[in-house]
Write a new protein. Structure first.
Length: 284
């Protein structure tokens, strides 16, 4: 029996939710995130480059659609923490919003645009917030007043699944993404036809040798990138510690030199004892 691919791998996520033949499960996923009925969905069939590529030049691997014949929506799965996710989310949303307007058209043609992003890590500044957060432009004095309904961003931090998840309908999807073969997911599939369909679809994708190869290459690339980022972070921390020690040592030398100056000790003696230059001592 073939191994079931992880739906958290972005290319697998795209294969699962981005194809027209799977639009029913995508429609249900969107409904459960935004907590609204979706009347119609049209998945955007943007070209993407699979082949033997696995790096960031794959092309568009997020899921794009239009719901209710007017609202563009973008759904993305992110495993790697590149430390700039807030800017990335806003940038993707802005492209989604502006794409509605052609040159010369009036702004009134712009409609509510929705970005949904699933993260396989936690955002540090959101650590006190629930698993699923919804973001809009609100007044800083009265949070109930929304400037416009057009901007809507949903962030779902998968590792926080058991933290204040008020949206019960969303939990089944997080369980599926986290562990599609888990007992809780299987129990959910007995009651939820879309989860059952998602599992079956994932099994079909996993049994396709070409798609399995693409997913394996992509997973390896993601793991390698994660290792590179971790190594870079470790080097940065080490360098920061070294720089901190150097600054601390120098500060102590300057403190000593200043006291020696106050006691009128000859500058040559101060240089010899502290190792500071004459210019550094004179500037104290």
């Amino acid at each position: 029996m073939r191994k079931i691919l992880s739906p958290k791998i972005d290319v697998v996520f795209r294969m699962l939710f981005g194809e027209q033949k799977h639009e029913r499960i995508t429609k249900k996923l969107i409904e459960d995130v935004i907590e609204e009925k979706v009347e119609t969905i049209e998945l955007e069939q943007t070209p993407y480059l699979w082949g033997n590529q696995a790096d960031d030049k794959l092309g568009i691997i997020d899921v794009r659609a239009t719901i209710n014949n007017k609202n563009p929506i973008d759904i993305e799965m992110q495993i790697l923490n590149n430390q700039d996710i807030e800017k990335r989310i806003l940038f993707y949303w802005s492209k989604l919003y502006l794409k509605q307007l052609k040159r010369g058209e009036r702004y009134k043609k712009l409609n509510r645009s929705i970005s949904i992003i699933f993260l396989d890590y936690e955002i540090e500044k959101l650590k006190e917030l629930p698993t699923h957060t919804k973001w809009q432009i609100r007044n800083d004095k009265n949070g109930k007043i929304v400037l416009t309904e057009d901007l809507e961003i949903h962030i779902i931090e998968i590792p926080k699944i058991n933290k204040m998840l008020e949206n019960g309908n969303l939990k089944k999807w997080i369980l599926f993404l986290e562990n599609p073969e888990g007992e809780e997911t299987k129990k959910m599939a007995e009651k939820e036809k879309e989860i059952k369909e998602a599992i079956e679809t994932l099994e079909d994708i996993s049994s396709d040798e070409a798609k399995e190869r693409i997913a394996e290459l992509r997973e390896k690339y993601i793991m390698d990138r994660a290792s590179e980022l971790e190594t870079a972070e470790e080097k940065g921390v080490k360098k920061g510690i070294e720089q901190g020690i150097e600054k601390g040592v120098k500060a102590e030398k300057e403190k000593t030199a200043k006291r020696m100056k106050q006691k009128n000790i000859p500058i040559d003696d101060i240089i010899e004892i502290t190792g500071l230059t004459q210019e550094e001592i004179e500037n104290l």
